[in-house]
Design a protein around this ligand. Sequence first.
Ligand code: MBD
Ligand code: FE
Length: 295
Amino acid sequence: MTTIERIEHRSDTQTASAAASGASATERFHADKSPYDAVRDTPAERVDLLAREVLSAVHDTIRRHRVTYDEYNALKAWLIDVGNDGEWPLFLDVWVEHVVEEVATDHRSGNKGSIEGPYYVPGSPERGARGTIPMRDNEQGTPLVWEGRITATDGTPLPGKVELWHADADGFYSQFAPNLPEWNLRGTFTTGDDGEFEIRTIMPAPYQIPTDGSCGKLIAAAGWHAWRPAHLHVKVSAPGYELLTAQLYFPGDPHNEDDIAAAVKPELILDPQPHTGGARRVIYNFVLDPERAGA
Ligand code: MBD
Ligand code: FE
């Protein structure tokens, strides 16, 4: 079964349970080409170095804090549970991806990016340069009109694409929570030579990562909170330029300061203004770096 068929067959729950969204995210991750392909030629020396350093950091922690057999066995059980719940994509994207993103993009002079997270799906419906993202007739949430332009670092407007995906006003992502239309709040906006776009959507809600699975168990046991601030996900692309994966945030969200995924940057916080009919209007532009030869 595909992810979508699984979700359509699942009618027993109204919430995005850890098992349901985790299974979807794990399946989604495996649906694209194998992640191993890109590292086929990695020399043994590099694998050896990375594996040894990670293990050595674990060994140091055990020695420093005198980790017991009971704690070791609990860890073993928990790691097995993360896989059984399908929560490895969630775990890694929440607690590890932000540093990978930092290293991957620190040469850029254009837009700051942010992590992709577990809920991107390629191929969302095309809406042209100006349009409304797919949504339900009665979609809840404050309407948001977002105008912007894609340019290169030298200011040249770029014909490109803005792929946008985000949670609904209840914090749920289509294809990872039940009872939502397949492409709800997922759309692709293609700009002309002027690089300009105008997107109509709704403001998303803050997102709480599922608390009923193994990631939730860790959060509860450690006394952490499970929240990410409200955010819009984007992938912005233009031929010959580096793909920009980013998230945009809203001012005043209490979790902008303590995002569990550590993915907020000040440059990514929008400045929406009151607009007609209770809507908000915002201008936010993207600046893309040219692709580097040999990178
Ligand atoms: C999300 O919506 C998200 O963006 C990340 C990074 C992790 C979990 C849920
Ligand atoms: Fe998200």
